[in-house]
Design a protein around this ligand. Structure first.
Ligand code: CA
Length: 219
């Protein structure tokens, strides 16, 4: 899943980016509201984490513009302010969740996972597809009950395909879900990860749709 983090506090942004990457998210980061609006238009994320106190404009304005444009992008607001008025305004503007600073990282991660599950309409952190089971909280994968050891990128690739089993994802879409902006991507990176996943999960688990991309066999 690809996440856009809008946060002007550089040390906090770095810590969040690190923690979220370890949780299997492809994280892109901007520090300004204008950059956030541009990024959402040019390269839409799956989820937005939005600080309210931004240097160039109020985070609530960013949210207002996004919602006015009709986007249903899930948004989690972060703020140092604990004013009820801000919280109410944010939720009324269409934020999906709200977390006051300072917060504990596990709580942020749990809230982000909860938002991600709403995207996939999966009620718990356990995703089952045929004999495969993904635990999106612990990042563990089981096949017929047996643990499968995956690298972080392999896990990210599998969870991207598992968000909507059966749906075809292009190589470009998969690259966006696995890599942040500016990360080095070998031209055959996705093919290599697919190869490893097939070796670990069974050759016919991931189907190639020629000239289009890949999809997970839904059962
Ligand atoms: Ca701020």
């Amino acid at each position: 899943m690809r996440l856009l983090l809008v946060e002007d506090d550089a040390p906090l942004a770095a810590a969040l980016t690190q923690a979220l990457r370890e949780q299997g998210f492809a994280v892109n980061h901007v520090a300004q509201g204008a950059d956030a609006l541009r990024a959402v238009t040019d390269d839409p994320p799956d989820l937005l984490v939005l600080d309210l106190g931004l240097p160039d404009r109020d985070g609530l304005d960013v949210l207002r513009q996004l919602r006015r444009a009709g986007g249903r992008l899930p948004v989690l607001l972060l703020t140092a302010r604990d004013a009820v008025a801000d919280k109410v305004a944010g939720l009324d503007l269409g934020a999906d969740d709200y977390l006051p600073k300072p917060f504990e990282m596990p709580e942020l991660l749990a809230r982000i996972r909860a938002l991600g599950r709403r995207l996939g309409a999966t009620p718990s952190s356990l995703v089952e597809i045929g004999d495969l089971q993904l635990d999106t909280a612990s990042l563990q994968v089981r096949r017929s009950g047996e643990p499968v050891e995956l690298s972080r990128r392999e896990y990210m690739l599998l969870s991207a395909l598992a968000e909507q089993p059966g749906r075809v994802l292009t190589r470009a879409a998969l690259e966006g879900k696995l890599y942040a902006w500016g990360e080095e991507i070998a031209s055959n990176a996705i093919e290599v990860h697919i190869h490893h996943l097939r070796r670990k999960l069974g050759a016919d688990r991931i189907l190639t749709v020629r000239g289009v991309g890949y999809r997970l066999r839904p059962t």
